[in-house]
Write a protein that binds this ligand. Structure first.
Ligand code: PRP
Length: 188
């Protein structure tokens, strides 16, 4: 099916301007809290890539970045309950997780199963601390007692895409976050 990205959007939830100014605020918060701590920002691919690119530039203290690949698989439009992590976590983090202050950077905290799994693996490497920075927090679907330490926005139980978030790998390059029309995903 050919997709016209903008036509598939029911409404814009967060505009480019809103995203920019909120990400700046969260970056400033992190800069204050982690002064002299040299945090390691760890983005969870692929959804976090746009958020990470903006967030790291909103952090004005020394920091490093790394990426881990994790995805839930199975159902298309909702979390499957199974998490697949690619690669060697120590290699991905440059084997420097021990004693580091780690901030996991995620596009959306949904059931939280992804971050529960990833943060558990990271804790095995004895970091100094592990915190979570989520662009979006969809608390309504939370199945695990895990919360975001930093977040940009709360969202309701709607199918959101753009600014890194996808549906079947599409729409990640929309510069805003929008609600996907139901007919787009219910047709699959
Ligand atoms: C999405 C999103 C989060 C995760 C959140 O990733 O990017 O990583 O789901 O869901 P959860 O809190 O219920 O675990 P997805 O598996 O779709 O992979 P992607 O990042 O490559 O899009």
């Amino acid at each position: 099916m050919e997709k016209n990205m903008n036509k598939d959007i029911e409404r814009i939830l967060f505009s480019e301007e809103q995203l920019k100014s909120r990400v700046k605020e969260v970056g400033a918060e992190i800069s204050r809290d982690y002064k002299d701590k040299n945090p390691l920002l760890v983005g969870i691919l692929k959804g976090s890539v746009v958020f990470m690119a903006d967030l790291m530039r909103a952090v004005d203290i020394p920091c490093q970045i790394a990426f881990l690949s994790a995805r839930s698989y199975g159902l298309k439009a909702s979390s499957s309950g199974k998490i697949d992590m690619d690669g060697d976590i120590e290699y991905a983090l440059g084997a420097h997780a021990q004693g580091r202050h780690i901030i996991l950077v995620e596009d959306i905290l949904d059931t939280a199963l992804t971050l529960y799994t990833v943060s558990g693996r990271i804790r095995e490497l004895n970091p100094a601390s592990v915190k979570i920075c989520a662009l979006l927090d969809k608390q309504v679907s939370r199945s695990i007692d895990l919360h975001a330490d930093y977040k940009c926005f709360d969202v309701e139980n709607e199918f959101v895409v753009g600014y890194g978030l996808d549906y079947a790998q599409d729409y990640r390059n929309l510069p805003y976050i929008g609600v996907l029309k139901r007919e787009v995903y219910s047709a699959d």
